[in-house]
Design a protein around this ligand. Structure first.
Ligand code: APR
Length: 237
């Protein structure tokens, strides 16, 4: 079977679940403990910036100790060993794809180890706690430093580049996402409309399951390495 020329892989929180990173909508997930309107919207930040900083400082500290799992490592192997282009578009703000060795990677919802100044929009790598007491190292404004994470109601990053990738994709794989949040949840339809084969690798059927030409359900650390092995073997065959 000829190799796919352009593989686009959308990943979500389920990919990092087995690394010990909480998902959002599973039982006991993040949105069962916090109201997203309080901690993941510009309005929430304006109303109670201290709460938002506490929420992300807790997540940033928790992310410092997690490691990539077999699914992250398999996706890095696919980029390295597959004869076609492989690009990951991740909704995740963790750094586990990078730590696993993936390099062709787009963080459409930003990064937990990033800080953004609400005044001058300067962005920088950031691993410490953020607080209202901090002044922006670029413009000096105090109180506007926020996590460089895309909140509900904000435009995800790199959308034009993602549209180009979806237009050129001949294989679209969705991994570990519930298909609840747009625009990411609409990528499968966009890829299919452009003639791509669409595959879901997830613990259970997502909201968009009917839009996929194939689905393999199970834990990411099992189904992703197996699917990567199959893709590489088919391309070699
Ligand atoms: N292996 C594979 N899939 C898993 C695993 C696992 N071990 N554990 C959970 N899942 C699946 C769940 O079945 C679910 O479909 O991962 C998905 C996680 O869904 P969500 O918690 O909704 O996370 P996600 O789809 O990434 O959320 C999208 O919503 O809150 C916003 O910005 C946030 O990027 C996030 C976006």
């Amino acid at each position: 079977m000829p190799a796919f020329a352009n593989i686009v892989i959308l990943t979500g929180a389920g990919l990092s679940a087995e690394s010990g990173v909480a998902t959002f909508r599973d039982k006991g997930g993040i949105w069962a403990k916090y109201d997203y309107r309080d901690v993941a919207t510009p309005e929430g930040f304006a109303k109670n910036p201290k709460l938002v900083h506490e929420f992300y400082n807790m997540r940033r500290r928790a992310h410092a100790d997690v490691k990539p799992n077999a699914a992250h490592l398999a996706l890095a192997r696919l980029e390295r060993d597959y004869p076609g282009n492989v690009t990951i578009v991740t909704q995740n703000v963790d750094a586990l794809h990078e730590q696993a060795g993936s390099t062709k990677l787009i963080h459409m919802h930003g990064e937990i180890f990033g800080a953004l100044c609400d005044t001058c929009r300067a962005r920088r790598h950031w691993t410490e706690d953020l607080s209202l007491d901090l002044a922006c190292p670029t413009c000096g404004h105090k109180g506007g430093m926020r996590p460089d994470v895309v909140w509900f109601g904000e435009m995800p990053y790199h959308m034009a580049r993602i549209a180009g990738l979806l237009a050129a994709a001949d294989l679209f794989i969705s991994i570990g996402t519930s298909g609840n949040v747009y625009p990411a949840a609409g990528f499968v339809a966009e890829a299919a409309a452009n003639g791509a084969r669409t595959v879901e690798l997830n613990l259970e059927p997502s909201e968009g399951i009917s839009l996929f030409s194939e689905a393999i359900h199970g834990p990411a650390t099992q189904v992703v390495p197996a699917y990567v092995d199959r893709l590489i073997a088919e391309a070699a065959g």
